[in-house]
Unconditional design. Structure first.
Length: 310
């Protein structure tokens, strides 16, 4: 259990864990709150509404949950607390305009839509494709970072021996409903630890790309894995991230006789950096991989935001 101590911020005594910065303690006690920033993502700063308090423990959890409101003082008793801003739900229609195999087990699907999809990096839509059941997919970018404002780009896992995705064709109709999910990127906090397996790199790439623009000075690490080294299709994306100052990027694969020298053998969990309680972990991939990373984050009390990719 982490030790607790008292800290005085602006004449007010707050409780915090040892190792917390004054900013983290003030955020936790609602003394400062997020304000709207770029791309609809909240930034840290002074605001009229109090921030939600954190729980007494920083154990990993699947998503933030509602906590009791901060007691109002006489000065703000007349001002009701604002509810968290929700991304509006959309029903979008469009046409498939791009299909490309990024690797034996990953395919890129691009849809041109009738309106701009509004979402935060890491949120997903329910996507209806011809001949397939509805899929929960998180929009991303092409591996070179490009995407039109009315486009939705998805990375989908496929069976290398043949998959129903292979029946898709350019020109077919597509429908999107959403966005859904609360495991999206949020500015502020500690080190950003990103982890992806297979097609899970799609939503992690969207999070990493947004974070480098919104928080260029924030410490970030990235670990990417695949069952086969041939599915490590994201070289252009990784070059861009290195160019923006991301120093620790690790590639690993469980198998593959054509493994390049910079690809380490083994699973994703074996190559994560040493986690700390102040880390913010985003992981996307299959259920087993995501569960393993959640367990590692929970063991040290780091916040973990999982994204399951089928």
């Amino acid at each position: 259990m982490r030790a607790r101590c008292s800290l005085v911020v602006n004449g007010r005594s707050v409780r915090c864990s040892t190792g917390d910065t004054p900013l983290e303690a003030a955020l936790a006690e609602g003394m400062i709150a997020p304000v709207p920033g770029l791309h609809g993502v909240n930034l840290l700063g002074q605001a009229a509404a109090p921030a939600s308090r954190r729980s007494s423990s920083r154990r990993g959890r699947e998503a933030p949950y509602a906590l009791p409101e901060i007691p109002q003082t006489r000065a703000d008793a007349a001002t009701p607390a604002r509810a968290p801003r929700e991304t509006p739900r959309q029903s979008l229609k469009g046409t498939l305009t791009g299909l490309r195999r990024l690797g034996p087990g990953v395919v890129e699907v691009v849809a041109s839509l009738n309106r701009r999809p509004l979402h935060e990096p890491g949120q997903h839509f329910s996507v209806s494709l011809p001949g397939l059941p509805p899929l929960d997919l998180a929009p991303t970018l092409r591996v070179d970072g490009s995407a039109e404002i009315t486009e939705a780009v998805f990375h989908l896992a496929r069976d290398p021996d043949g998959d129903p995705l292979d029946t898709l064709a350019v020109g077919q109709d597509v429908k999107l409903k959403g966005p859904f999910g609360r495991n999206h990127y949020r500015p502020g906090g500690g080190r950003l630890v990103l982890a992806a397996s297979g097609a899970g790199f799609g939503p992690i790439w969207a999070i990493a790309h947004a974070a480098r623009y919104i928080e260029p000075g924030r410490d970030m690490t990235l670990t990417v894995s695949a069952r086969d080294a041939l599915d490590l299709y994201m070289r252009d994306s990784l070059d861009w991230l290195r160019g923006t100052g991301v120093g620790r990027i690790v590639l690993c694969a469980e198998r593959g006789r054509q493994r390049p020298p910079d690809v380490r053998p083994g699973s994703l969990g074996a190559h994560l950096p040493h986690l700390r309680a102040t880390d913010v972990v985003h992981v996307a991939g299959d259920v087993a991989t995501v569960g393993a990373v959640q367990a590692l984050a929970g063991a040290v009390g780091a916040r973990c935001f999982p994204i399951i990719v089928g």
